[in-house]
Design a protein around this ligand. Structure first.
Ligand code: SF4
Length: 400
């Protein structure tokens, strides 16, 4: 059989689900290798919110593999900008794993980076990745299943963006290749440079094994502000694309790969690559019983408060998370100081239209610098929440 195999298991005891899912597939030989366990720990948030990978899943994966292979295990990630790696791991429940002396916890951003060439890349020809790159024989991607405003969904391949060194991740959000976009648009209308850049990475980075954590998935406004959904499900495969396709088939039945353009682009890179769930064998065969529809990510952001006007045009996840958290954490303050007639205006991203801006619009982040004369510019990439709120308070005082 040529078709890739994807294994699924569901159990409230998520460790048992991991064991079952891994028991059902033939694992690669990991003996004598240095293996990076790569969860998604991109943000400093609490555990089991569907934002970072559930540490119980990572722990179960490690215990399973460590008992079967003589290998060196590394555990690490590089979070979004302005996020401390240690704090992200500790806040999301990884203390026991970090202190487990049978594996080595690493901050992927610690050593100086290594530059990898991507000769076949369409929009990126080289990329700076973690300085640990040459020590790693294989990567095991352990993402959390989540909807994603910029990419449709974030699954096992998107998770590998954490291999990119520090702020080099942001460069993927700033690429401009209008001619390539114009060529692709007729068949892939949601495509952006970011999607092409992620698919370019697949020429040089391939996980050996993926275990998708859908213990708690994230629906709606992912990658960080959606709602968690308990699914108690694990999806495992040696074929990352097949695993991602099945994860989508479970959670967005009305979608095709066109809705997650980076996966569509990767699927087109090889004739044998799966294009839909029909090209994949699942264990068990009837994967429909694992279905759980997740709310799609919004295409535009609507903030629930009628006293806030928020514009996001071509911003990356870091500014988006900062602003959504700021609004969440300061509801009372906003209620006290703004009304629907006199709203708090916030704009982020490099694609803003001057005509949408007012002189009292807070232009947050360096990406808005081109429009800085059209509002109140707050520099930083991304500015921290406390400094933004301080500036907003100061402006309110001045207004009084
Ligand atoms: S300023 Fe904000 S949107 Fe722009 S790259 Fe920095 S974090 Fe992303």
């Amino acid at each position: 059989m040529d078709k890739p195999i994807v294994s699924l298991a569901r159990n409230e005891n998520i460790e048992l689900a991991v064991i079952q899912a891994l028991d059902q597939i033939k694992l690669p030989n990991l003996n004598n290798k240095t293996i990076l366990l790569k969860p998604n720990v991109g943000r400093e948030v609490g555990p089991k919110l569907g934002v970072n990978t559930n540490p119980d899943v990572v722990s179960a994966v490690f215990n399973y593999l460590n008992s079967r292979f003589e290998a060196k295990f590394l555990l690490g990630d590089s979070p979004i900008i302005n996020t401390d790696t240690n704090k992200a791991f500790i806040s999301s429940g990884y203390s026991n794993l970090i202190n487990n002396n049978k594996l080595q916890y690493i901050d992927l951003d610690d050593p100086p980076p290594i530059t990898l060439k991507i000769p076949k890349g369409r929009v990126i020809k080289d990329i700076k990745v973690t300085g640990y790159w040459n020590e790693i024989d294989c990567i095991i991607s352990i993402p959390v299943l989540k909807m994603h405003m910029h990419c449709g969904a974030s699954l096992s391949f998107k998770n590998l963006k954490g291999i990119i060194y520090k702020r080099n991740k942001i460069k993927l959000h700033h690429l401009q290749f209008p001619e390539i976009i114009a060529q692709l648009k007729p068949n892939l209308n949601k495509v952006k440079e970011l999607d092409i850049a992620i698919s370019d990475l697949s020429h040089i980075i391939k996980p050996e094994l993926v275990i998708i954590d859908a213990s708690y998935a994230l629906e709606g406004m992912g990658p960080s502000s959606g709602n968690k959904v308990k699914m108690d499900t694990i999806i495992a495969s040696n074929n990352f694309l097949a695993a991602d396709i099945i994860a989508l088939a479970l959670t967005r039945q009305d979608w095709s790969l066109n809705d997650v353009p980076h996966l569509k682009l990767i699927s087109e890179l090889g004739k044998k690559n799966p294009k839909s769930y029909r090209d994949i064998v699942t264990i068990p065969e009837d994967f429909q019983k694992f279905k759980r529809n997740l709310e799609a990510p919004p295409t535009t952001i609507t903030i629930k408060y009628n006293n806030v006007r928020f514009i996001s045009e071509q911003a990356c996840s870091a500014c988006l998370s900062t602003v959504t958290n700021l609004l969440k954490n300061n509801i009372e303050f906003i209620e006290e100081n703004y009304t629907s007639d006199n709203p708090l205006r916030i704009a982020i991203g490099k694609g803003l239209n001057e005509s949408d801006l007012y002189e009292d619009t807070f232009l947050i982040g360096n990406c808005t610098a081109n429009n800085k004369d059209s509002g109140i510019f707050i520099k930083g990439c991304t500015p921290v929440e406390s400094s933004i709120i301080d500036i907003i308070r100061k402006k309110i005082e001045e207004r009084k």
